[in-house]
Design a binder for this molecule. Sequence first.
Ligand code: SAM
Ligand code: SF4
Length: 484
Amino acid sequence: MKNISRIVPQEYSQYLNKNGNDFINDTHIWELIKKNKSPSKKRIRQIIAKALKIKRLEPDETAALLNVTDKKLLLEMQKAALAIKKKVYDNRIVTFAPLYLSNLCENDCLYCAFRKSNKSEKRRKLSLKETENEAKALVSSGHKRIIVVYGEHPSSGIDYMTDTINTIYSVKVRHGEIRRVNVNAAPMTVKELKQLKKTGIGTYQVFQETYHHDTYSKMHPTGSKSDYRWRLYALHRAQKAGIDDVAIGALFGLYDWRFEVMGLLYHTIDLEKHFGIGPHTISFPRLEPASGTTLSKKSTYKVSDEDFKKLITIIRISVPYTGMIITAREKAKIRREALSLGVTQTDASTKIGIGAYSDRYSEQEAERQQFMLGDTRSLDEVIGEFADMGYITSFCTAGYRCGRTGKCIMNLLKKGEEKWFCKMNAVLTFREWLDDYASPETKKKGEKIIKKEIDEIKKQKPKIFKKFMDDYTKIKNGERDIYF
Ligand code: SAM
Ligand code: SF4
């Protein structure tokens, strides 16, 4: 453990196991993967059947799935992944946009353009006025959910975070506003996390990047990020501070992807063990080219499209109740394919340069952003495509605003009950969006989906249908932000 002033080891030592180790046992993970080298078809089908009951898998079971190579069996796994998603999330998809506030950073992560030693990066943090302009630009394109992203630096610490988040929540443009701000920021102390919670954030997201101890040390040579455990238990501290929607992720391409999938599962299990609830979402970004680093070209662990689809399928089956995010790092084609393997959330109209939504710079200007994007389509285009595929885009943010978060939402999701709240809220918020922001073509596509959804609600939930239609009519007549 390194002596870095921000780090308070007492805030994670309580979660270590009896012999002082954390929950990632590198040797044991490899043993499990090897032990399950040739799983029988019968066993894999039993594992699939368990997941279809929306039960989280055990490491031994996930290790077996990782070893499946039989094409037919892989197809069965893909079908199961889609069935699980339908059972828990139906045909809804959630969209959001990332908002990068600052690229000042004290860490030196070998893969990231923001790292301290990258002298070609133009450093900047947004002022509150600039933050407001960015939020206005996002609201004007119809976004209701964003994730704010910060480098780790004293000038963008907790006070800057709370100021910028409060600024974002205060922005109104005609009918629109940002209703859920999620946060991706460096690990913090419990005290700081309590302060963060007070701003009314949605999810707090920290990616472990790699769960493999040695690789982690190599990738993060200096700064507070070099402490593996400070990061590994960041979300335990968030839970302790009362933030009960937490999000995990691994940066695929730093180490063997099979190991990282096991790491994500162990992380889920440890959160469940201590807090009775797993992660709200799991992310699985792939390493992208970034300015000032050649790591993405050199890495021997680059994940092929085939393996990427396999790992998405296995995560979906292993943790059936959790949201899964694919971002605009990926190209449109693979994002489309990922939807039918279990992905539930995606960003759209993404720009990752600091100040890029509201100023004149090109969004692909390498020196101001963290890595290069694979999909730069507008929100309207992406939503139009979802509608073509039969998905309804949900702008619902009701869950966390009326207390359906954490354990409560997870229990509802596991029982399949949240589905109806979500379905009705998806229709109400999609109605709003179509009337306020959609292009004529997207609106036409959206109307078809809305009609189909309303018919389903009428058939399946006759008792509540009248109340739902009253609200729907209010929205058609111009009222906003009505939800169940
Ligand atoms: N500084 C904070 C941290 O590291 O946790 C939060 C912001 S960081 C900009 C957000 C995420 O970007 C990181 O957790 C990492 O997974 C991802 N990232 C960094 N470089 C990347 C690259 N070259 N390709 C894809 N994702 C990358
Ligand atoms: Fe800084 Fe985060 Fe980039 Fe690492 S990944 S250099 S901590 S911004």
